[in-house]
Design a protein around this ligand. Structure first.
Ligand code: FNR
Length: 418
C-alpha cells in the first residue's frame, strides 16, 4: 500500500521494486569483490540460470470473479505464526556488502516479523544479532543455520548457543561440505573468509577460542608461559577493533591462526546420514535439512524424522549444471507427501515466484541475494523493503489470480508451458 501511495505522490522508493533494477543498482554500489561473492555462482552460472528458467516454465493461470477482497498470507512453521510464508536465507560474510550485515538483516526481519536464519558464517555473532532483533521486537522469530564442523564439541557449542539465542529451528546445510568452484571469486583471488570475514560465529565461541589457543600454544617454544583462553579472546577483540596497524601487527598471529583454524574445521566432507540420526539427541529444536534436491534423499530425511526439508541448490553457488530448485521441488513434495514441512530457496526474485513455489508444494520460501542487494543499497531498511516488496507482490498476485489464501494454493493454479 505504502509503495503505491508514494508512487501517487511521486516519491521514488530507495530500493528499486523489480529485481533487475535492484541488481543493477546494487552492483554500482558494491565493491568488485563483494559483487563477485554475492552475485557469483558455481562454474559458468548454469544452475543460477536454470533456477530462473525453470520458474518461467510454469505459468500462473488467473481465475476471475471469486471475491478476493479478504486475503491471508499467514502461515505457521514449527509453532510460530508468520505473517507471510517468506524467510531470510542465511548469508555468510555479508559484511562484504555492508558493515555488520547480520545485525541489519536481523533488524529488517524483526520489523517484518519473519524469521532470519542466522548463518554459521555470519558477520556478527548470533547473540549480537538476536539482541539487535529483540530491540526491534522482543522474541522476533529467528532460526540458526549450521555448517557441520569437523570438531564435534564446536557443533554442540553452536547448537547450545542457538537454543539460548532463541532459535526456533536448526537448519543443517548439507550442500557445502566443501566450498563450490566459484570462478568470480577465484579470478579476483578473493576468498572472504581469508580476509577474516564471516568468522564471527567462531571467534565468539569458547570452544573455537580454546582450539585456537591450543594451536598457538603448540607452536610456541616450550619455555614460553602458557597462553590463556582469555588472552586469545582479548587479542581477537583487539585485532577486530584496533584501528592502528601497530596493534594489528602485535596481535596478528591470533587472527591468522583463527582464520586458518576456521578454514580447517568449518565443514566436514564425511558428513552422512548417521550424523543426522544422532542430531536428534543433541538438540530439542526442530531440524531442517537444507540442500535436498533428490526425492530419495527427501524420503531418507522423512525416515530420519526431520521436521523440514529446504529444497535448495544454494542459489546455484555449489554445483554448476545442477537441477533447478523448482524442478527438484516438484519431485520432493510428491515424495514427502506432507510428512515434513517443505521449504524452497534459490532463484526467488518476486511475488509471482513465491506463488509458484507455494503452488508446487512448498510451505514457505527463503530469499537470498535480493535481500543482500537491498542491504548493500540501504542497510536494514533496504533489506526490509526488498522483502516487503516481494510479499506485497505475492499478495497482489494471489488476489489477482483468484485466490484468497497462500495456504490453499495447489498445482491447479499453474500450467506448465515448457
Ligand atoms: C549464501 N548461502 C548460504 N547458505 C548457507 O546455508 N549458509 C551460508 O552461510 C550461506 N552464505 C551465503 C552467502 C551469500 C552471499 C549468498 C548469496 C548465499 C545460500 C543461501 O542461504 C540461499 O540458499 C541462496 O542464496 C538462495 O538463492 P538466491 O535467493 O540467492 O537465488
Amino acid at each position: 500500500n505504502q509503495i503505491y501511495t508514494d508512487g501517487v505522490f511521486g516519491r521514488k522508493p530507495k530500493v528499486p521494486t523489480n529485481f533487475e533494477a535492484l541488481e543493477r543498482a546494487a552492483r554500482r554500489k558494491m565493491s568488485a569483490k563483494a559483487w563477485a561473492y554475492v552475485a557469483g555462482g558455481a562454474g559458468d552460472g548454469g544452475t543460477m540460470r536454470s533456477n530462473r528458467t525453470a520458474l518461467e516454465r510454469w505459468a500462473i493461470v488467473p481465475r476471475m470473479l471469486r471475491d478476493v477482497s479478504e486475503r491471508s498470507l499467514e502461515t505457521e512453521l514449527f509453532g510460530q505464526r508468520l505473517p507471510a510464508p517468506v524467510l531470510f536465507s542465511p548469508v555468510g560474510a555479508g559484511a562484504l556488502a555492508y558493515p555488520d550485515a547480520d545485525i541489519h538483516i536481523g533488524r529488517a526481519a524483526a520489523q517484518l516479523g519473519i524469521p532470519y536464519i542466522f548463518s554459521s558464517q555470519g558477520s556478527a555473532s548470533m547473540e549480537d544479532t538476536a539482541a539487535a532483533m529483540d530491540e526491534v521486537t522482543p522474541g522476533a522469530p529467528r532460526w540458526y543455520q549450521l555448517y557441520w564442523s569437523t570438531d564435534e564439541d564446536l557443533v554442540d557449542s553452536f547448537l547450545q548457543r542457538a537454543e539460548k539465542s532463541g532459535a526456533a529451528a536448526i537448519v543443517v546445510t548439507l550442500d557445502t561440505t566443501m566450498l563450490g568452484w566459484r570462478p568470480q571469486d577465484l579470478n579476483l583471488g578473493s576468498l572472504p573468509f581469508a580476509q577474516g570475514l564471516g568468522i564471527n560465529q567462531y571467534t565468539s565461541d569458547e570452544r573455537f577460542i580454546s582450539i585456537v589457543r591450543d594451536r598457538i600454544a603448540a607452536a610456541l617454544p616450550r619455555e614460553k608461559p602458557a597462553i590463556t583462553v582469555g588472552a586469545v579472546k582479548s587479542l581477537i577483540s583487539m585485532a577486530r577493533h584496533a584501528p592502528g596497524s601497530a596493534v594489528r601487527n602485535l596481535v596478528s598471529p591470533v587472527p591468522r591462526e583463527s582464520v586458518q583454524t576456521f578454514l580447517e574445521i568449518y565443514s566436514r566432507p564425511s558428513l552422512n546420514w548417521t550424523d543426522i540420526a544422532g542430531l536428534r539427541d543433541r538438540t530439542s529444536l526442530p531440524i531442517v535439512l537444507k540442500g535436498i534436491l533428490h526425492p530419495d534423499d527427501a524420503l531418507q530425511a522423512v525416515d530420519h524424522g526431520v521436521d523440514g526439508i529446504l529444497v535448495s541448490n544454494h542459489g546455484g553457488r555449489q554445483v554448476d549444471g545442477a537441477i533447478s530448485s523448482i524442478d527438484a521441488l516438484v519431485d520432493v513434495a510428491k515424495a514427502v507427501d506432507g510428512r515434513s514441512k517443505v521449504l524452497l530457496d534459490s532463484g526467488i526474485r518476486g511475488g509471482a515466484d513465491v506463488f509458484k513455489a507455494l503452488a508446487l508444494g512448498a510451505d514457505a520460501v527463503c530469499v537470498g541475494r535480493p535481500h543482500m542487494y537491498g542491504l548493500a543499497l540501504d542497510g536494514a531498511d533496504g533489506a526490509r523493503d526488498v522483502v516487503a516488496n516481494i510479499i506485497a507482490e505475492l499478495d497482489l498476485t494471489l488476489g489477482l489470480s483468484g485466490h484468497t489464501s497462500t495456504a490453499d494454493l495447489t498445482p491447479a493454479a499453474l500450467k506448465k508451458v515448457t
